[in-house]
Design a protein around this ligand. Structure first.
Ligand code: HEM
Ligand SMILES: *[C@@H]1O[C@H](CO)[C@@H](O)[C@H](O)[C@H]1NC(C)=O
Ligand SMILES: *[C@@H]1O[C@H](CO)[C@@H](O)[C@H](O)[C@H]1NC(C)=O
Ligand SMILES: *[C@@H]1O[C@H](CO)[C@@H](O)[C@H](O)[C@H]1NC(C)=O
Ligand SMILES: *[C@@H]1O[C@H](CO)[C@@H](O)[C@H](O)[C@H]1NC(C)=O
Length: 638
């Protein structure tokens, strides 16, 4: 009896070993044929379970001689992308494979390869299996592939036009006033330390994306619903939960997003049983949000059936219009136009409205926060931004700013350069996953050489590394570290560099169909233009970010409003009180500001990527909002 159990166990073990060895040798053979450098790893570097359990098996792997693990071990650190930037690619090649028994993964920071991968959407597809969870409230443009994706993209992209972007510009300006009021405090003077700006900036971007997604006006504490607002919409704006709800709309959205990982991963029955504050709040906010979404859908259907005019920026309203529009006899021209688009099901309308909020909230908030912090750290850049805001807008009232006239000058100014540099150094999405279809190998042409990417290969387009690849970016000696290159530093001047490495390569085999979203150029002709494939904070090609233009406009509007009248300084409370600073001369002030700058740079470097790159945990950089003319540091320090 015992011996047959042992025999069975031995057979099972042998079978496992056989599988591992056979898998390894099969994959190694394919990697050899690819012509690309390849390295071995005992587990797939994107196997989430293996990564979570790495403290158990890594030490065992490291018992082997160094040459068996030295190449790939650092790729198994979940935060290697942002920690190491281009360094692994310098050693391993700018395009290489990591082979494990069960899979092959390609890594690339090579612009030519990236451009081919992002432009051939039919063969380098999205690994939709790892996006399944984002279809929680309905299928949508982010979670689908193939013809299904195509119809989602066609319908959703109609909202992303310049007319609506102009409305977003206005709303961003209005909402930024709300943020400034919060930061100035009740006495309206500023002069106080904001320990963590993150919460308020998340709120700012939630308010803007609430407008983009639903046409809503969300309120800051202390604000009241404007009298002229449609009462149907007012119930979503109200800070008091309306009848039938235990939470207001804004909080239900905020907490659902805040607890999104819990909600995505845990089954509902388990969540309901767990006694923690966070799990209870997750459930409560989700229940409220689902209720709101259903109501929204009904309200919008009613609006369409009553033939109410198009309200402008409101993705959910537009989706309802395109699915229910032909029932509205009054609007026959629009109905005819709409009927060419695929009709989405109710769950897909909700799924898409929700995914816009997910895709457009934390990404934009993170980028905006990092830009503000970089301005506090790099005082000279902040002064340049202020000069450009003065040049473009003077002392005019922001509520009169005209989108059409100002958008291009803003993008081409220091404001645009700082935003672009933040997105280069700290992109919210550090890599973009793709995969090669399982039925055919794919060819990549790299430096005139044909490389074969084996069928089924998982692909990681390494955004951060490409954006730090010295082959594509003009560099100088670092001014803040002893490094040969300033590529890891925040240097917005790089965007005005004359040595344009632009190659105007034509994309013969690229997919030339219009997939919606802003189709204009990425960068202006007179400015530095990165080589296609070397700069991709919004990804590239047919599956690039639908909200790129909107995100950029939100950020340049908010930056302009803030820097027209204010400066942002690092708070130095940790080193000196206000009274002490008051008595200091310039040398002493420079010295303590330098401490704050060094610490802030270190803190930024400790950002980690969970869904997006952020200061996760309780890391923060305290700042102050100071009226221009009353600065203590940034009007003169470097
Ligand atoms: C700074 C802000 C933003 C950044 C850095 C960013 C970045 C990205 C990236 C890298 C992708 C590709 C994702 C992938 O392939 O897995 C993407 C896709 C997408 N983004 Fe954004 N995004 C931003 C803001 C927004 C905003 C404001 C919206 C909506 C209003 C939005 C809507 C979308 C959508 C719908 C997709 C999916 C497109 C498709 O698959 O066809 N994003 N974004
Ligand atoms: C912002 O918009 C609200 C309502 O649309 C309006 O009442 C308020 O005056 C605006 N604030 C500013 C500073 O323009
Ligand atoms: C920054 O990027 C935007 C769009 O991606 C582009 O239009 C703009 O010209 C860039 N700004 C600078 C200063 O390079
Ligand atoms: C802000 O604080 C600084 C230093 O404490 C002081 O010099 C300045 O007058 C204050 N400004 C206002 C408006 O209170
Ligand atoms: C929060 O910060 C404190 C020190 O300021 C640290 O001891 C603690 O571990 C941090 N918690 C998290 C979750 O990072």
């Amino acid at each position: 009896m015992l011996s047959s159990v042992l025999l069975l166990a031995a057979a099972a073990a042998a079978y496992c070993v056989y599988n591992v060895v056979a898998g390894y040798s099969r994959n190694i053979a394919k990697a050899k044929q690819s012509g690309l450098p390849y390295y071995l790893s005992p587990v797939s570097p994107i196997n989430q379970l293996a990564l979570v359990l790495r403290s158990f098996w890594l030490p065992m792997w490291k018992l082997l001689p160094r040459k068996y693990w030295a190449d790939t071990i650092e790729l198994l650190n979940p935060d290697w992308n942002f920690n190491l930037l281009f360094e692994p690619f310098e050693r391993l090649g700018d395009t290489f494979l990591v082979v494990s028994p069960g899979s092959i993964r390609l890594y690339t920071a090579n612009a030519e390869a990236i451009h081919q991968i992002t432009s051939k959407r039919e063969v380098f597809q999205k690994p939709t299996e790892s996006y399944r969870i984002l279809a929680l409230y309905g299928e949508n443009v982010l979670t689908t592939e193939g013809s299904m994706w195509r119809s989602h993209r066609k319908v959703t992209s109609t909202s992303f036009n310049e007319k609506n972007t102009a409305l977003v510009f206005k709303e961003s300006i209005n909402q930024t006033y709300g943020l400034i009021e919060q930061w100035l405090g009740p006495d309206g003077k500023g002069n106080r330390t904001i320990e963590t700006a993150e919460g308020d900036i998340m709120a700012l971007m939630l308010h803007i994306i609430g407008y983009v997604g639903f046409g809503l006006k969300l309120l800051w504490p202390g604000q009241t619903v404007p009298a002229e607002m449609d009462p149907k919409l007012a119930k979503y704006s109200s800070l008091q939960p309306p009848k039938g709800h235990s939470m207001n709309f804004k909080d239900s959205l905020h907490y659902t997003l805040h607890h999104i990982l819990l909600l995505l991963i845990l089954p509902r029955w388990l969540l309901r049983m767990l006694p923690f504050k966070s799990t209870r709040r997750a459930i409560k906010s989700e229940n409220n949000l689902i209720q709101y979404m259903d109501q929204f859908l009904q309200d919008k259907i009613e609006d369409v059936e009553q033939g109410k005019p198009d309200p402008g920026m409101d993705i959910m309203g537009m989706l309802v219009r395109s699915s229910y529009g032909d029932r509205a006899p009054k609007d026959s021209a629009a109905a005819k136009r709409d009927s060419k688009l695929t009709k989405l099901m109710d769950s897909e309308i909700i799924g898409n409205a929700f995914i816009m909020i997910v895709a457009g909230h934390e990404t934009t908030a993170g980028t905006f926060l990092f830009t503000l912090l970089q301005m506090a750290i790099n005082a000279a850049s902040q002064r340049s931004i202020q000069q450009d805001v003065d040049r473009i807008f003077g002392q005019t009232d922001p509520s009169t700013w005209d989108y059409e006239q100002s958008v291009n000058p803003l993008l081409a100014s220091y404001i645009g350069a700082c935003m672009n540099e933040t997105l280069r150094t700290m992109p919210p999405a550090v890599d973009v996953p793709k995969k090669v279809l399982a039925n055919r190998d794919q060819v990549l042409m790299i430096d005139g050489q044909k490389r074969i990417v084996p069928r089924g290969t998982k692909v990681g387009v390494n955004v951060v590394a490409a954006q730090h690849n010295p082959r594509y970016w003009p560099t100088e000696r670092s001014k803040i570290t002893d490094s040969e290159s300033d590529l890891a530093d925040f240097v917005p001047e790089r965007w005005f560099s004359k040595t344009s490495s632009s190659d105007s390569s034509t994309d013969e085999d690229a997919d030339s169909e219009d997939y919606g979203g802003f189709a204009g150029p990425d960068t202006s002709a007179q400015l530095f233009r990165p080589v296609r494939g070397s700069y991709l904070p919004f990804s590239d090609g047919p599956r690039s970010c639908l909200g790129r233009r909107i995100a950029q406009v939100e950020m340049i509007a908010a930056l302009s409003v803030i820097f027209q009248k204010f400066s942002i300084e690092l708070a130095v409370d940790e080193w000196a009180s206000d009274a002490e600073v008051e008595k200091m001369g310039r040398d002493e002030r420079r010295e303590i500001y330098q401490k704050a700058q060094d610490k802030a740079r270190r803190t930024l470097k400790s950002a980690t990527s969970i869904i997006t790159l952020k200061l996760h945990g309780n890391k923060s950089i305290p700042i102050r909002l100071v009226p221009r003319g009353q600065e203590r540091f940034v009007d003169w320090v470097e």
